[in-house]
Design a protein around this ligand. Structure first.
Ligand code: PLP
Length: 391
């Protein structure tokens, strides 16, 4: 047996060591506080579950679904886009369902990247932009997300010879793991850049609705002329606590949607129709759980930010996502810091280097545990003498 080179190119799993330590601590009966998980801890709203129940009982949902999503689901998506962003989409050609946004993000590279083509991807980032590039035998070019630039790639710093060989640029705002946001004028610059170099813009918009302090995340498609050269990837996972259901969608120019659709029709056979009906209920039904969710994450975010700041950090509260990006104390790398924190306190945080080399010097804390547990975590850090200056 000989495994393909594309598998060998996939980097080693960086969280293996911390996973081993976690298992050992659990075996010893340590009360672990896991601030590493990017998975909502609350259930899917009841009316969405009720719709799945009803739809699953209907035999009409039991056959193969349309590859690109049912007409009704795609129409619900187009209507949601119009309501939320004021952007008009043709449900027949500018919308496609995804088996979670991860599926579409991974497949888009096969639709646009030939061997040796460059992709412009952020670093640190959700790892699928890199692995998707490698699976397509493309070459990732890492655009550093630096604090001094508000974690936005500096497009002027990318060598023109690189850009000329690039096929697409991937962005993700609100951003995992940094919690950063981007405004419409930055998106406008990206659109001009993409037009100049004939790039496809891929925008991962999984955290579009998880925004705080009245901030509303803009869509790339709000920028004049962006739609034809852009694909925007959405997820129902975070907004509706539906990570396990595997439902998301992409919207954008019809040519790009058609290219992605060719890959998908040859790889998967769409989403169970009953789940799509539940997805329609999510997008068109009552939305009152969203402000409640935002209030809940806001309290957790404040507890994390205030708690770390009491220990000597100087962190600004992120405007969106359920992550806080926290610098490690001076001269401690992210893996060592995460290991120290786990060993001394039983708390799991994610080392930033797992998201790319420019994530070194940071750890990611997820807001997926309740305020009392966050306070307990801060207390444990205090007791263990862990602080920004002196640990
Ligand atoms: N994009 C980002 C930035 C994410 O953090 C995640 C999940 O954590 C996803 C995409 C994938 O979400 P899903 O496949 O559940 O839609």
């Amino acid at each position: 047996m000989r495994i393909a080179q594309r598998i060998e190119k996939i980097p080693p799993y960086l969280f293996a060591e911390i996973d081993k330590k976690k298992e050992a601590a659990l075996a010893k009966g340590v009360d672990i506080i896991n601030l590493g998980i990017g998975d909502p801890d609350k259930p899917t709203p009841a009316h969405i579950i009720a719709q799945l129940n009803e739809s699953a009982r209907n035999p009409k949902t039991h056959d193969y679904p349309p590859y690109e999503g049912t007409k009704e689901f795609r129409t619900a998506i187009a209507n949601w886009y119009l309501r939320r962003f004021g952007v008009k989409l043709d449900p027949a050609t500018e919308v496609i369902s995804l088996i979670g946004s991860k599926e579409g993000i991974a497949h888009v590279f096969l639709a646009f990247v030939d061997p040796g083509d460059i992709t412009l991807i952020p670093d640190p980032a959700y790892p699928v932009y890199k692995t998707g590039t490698l699976f397509a035998n493309g070459e990732p070019y890492y655009m550093p997300l630096l604090e001094e630039n508000g974690y936005l790639p500096d497009l002027d710093k990318i060598d023109e010879n690189i850009v000329k060989k690039a096929k697409l640029i991937f962005l993700n705002y609100p951003n995992n793991p940094t919690g950063a946001v981007a405004d419409k004028s930055y998106f406008g610059e990206v659109v001009d850049f993409a037009k100049k170099y004939e790039l496809l813009i891929c925008h991962d918009f999984a955290y579009s609705e998880l925004a705080y302090d009245d901030y509303k995340a803009p869509s790339f498609l709000e920028v004049e002329g962006a739609k034809d050269i852009c694909l925007e990837f959405h997820s129902l996972s975070k907004t509706y606590n539906m990570t396990g259901w595997r439902i998301g969608f992409a919207v954008g120019g019809s040519e790009a949607i058609a290219a992605l659709s060719i890959i998908k029709t040859n790889v998967d056979s769409g989403i169970f129709k009953a789940i799509q009906e539940a997805g329609i209920t999510a997008l068109t039904g009552p939305q009152d759980h969203i402000p409640q969710l935002i209030d809940m994450y806001t309290s957790r975010r404040n507890a994390v930010v205030d708690g770390f700041n009491e220990l000597g950090w100087n962190i600004k509260p992120p405007k969106a996502t359920f992550y806080v990006w926290i610098p490690t104390p001076e001269n401690v790398n992210s893996i060592n810091f995460a290991n120290q924190v786990l060993e001394k306190t039983g708390i799991i945080v994610t080392p930033g280097v797992g998201y790319g080399q420019y994530g070194e010097g940071y750890v990611r804390v997820a807001l997926t545990v309740d305020v009392p547990r966050i306070k307990e975590a801060i207390n444990r850090l205090k007791q263990a003498g862990i602080s920004y200056k002196n640990n």
